[in-house]
Design a protein around this ligand. Sequence first.
Ligand code: MN
Ligand code: MN
Length: 301
Amino acid sequence: MSDKLDAEKYEKHRQAGEILAQVRDEAAERTEVGTGYLEISEWAEERIRELGDDRGVPAEPAFPVNVSVDNEAAHGAAAPGDDRTIGEEMVKLDIGVHIDGWLADTAVTVDFTGTADLVEAAEEALDAALEQVEPGVHTGEIGAAIESTIDGYGYNPVVNLTGHGLGRWDQHTAPNIPNRGVDSGTELAVGDVVAIEPFATDGGGKVTEGAQEEIYALEEEASVRNRQARQALEQIVEEFKTLPFARRWLDTRRAKMALRRLEQQGVVHGYPVLQESEGTLVAQREHTVIVTEDGCEVTTR
Ligand code: MN
Ligand code: MN
């Protein structure tokens, strides 16, 4: 990549991060017991575009706002017409912004259960992870810092969820950033853009797929016979490309049927809710960083 294109890329990552940090903090403040899933999600998604307009940049949500509560760790999301509201729960808001495909990804936990130390465990684990980041650090060392911090609180890291690299139009690319110490892994280099996201839980530390599925992404384009499915696919390719999207973002009527057909044909894949066992709680914190000569720059601070 030429120096000019490279500079543009990092500038877009930075702007996406600044917009996202503000939206995350404002969304967390607006999240209360009784707030609607749809209300907070649509508010944040619109706010991203508004703050982009203010700066003259085409900022868009990089994926649907994830609203995951209690034992849900990730991929909870508002359905079309969703009338669910936040209860006295542990709420994870996971939000993304992209500018021309260059991403920022962040998450925060808003707790209404009175389990502050679990939230603190995830936050401290992220701080400990960020302190490890520099060129040449092994991703397993970052994972070890996360694991020992959460262990110190008497909780478990969720080990089958990881941080990840951020590519253009690609929310999850190499390298994985594990949430525990591992020997396998890779070394970070200057210029790498990665999201680090510790999850802490009072459960066993492994999530499984739940029934709810509201988030999808393009897998592979193919010709589709059904009219609604074809319309949906046109919008996906044009608007979302290879980034995740919500069922409620589709303009086509009968979006559920259209998505089912696309999923059956292997054209899109769904992201089911990922959850710990019933009755447990999960806290999450996430930042996006750019690896620098002497450490890292947090774009979502
Ligand atoms: Mn995220
Ligand atoms: Mn992420």
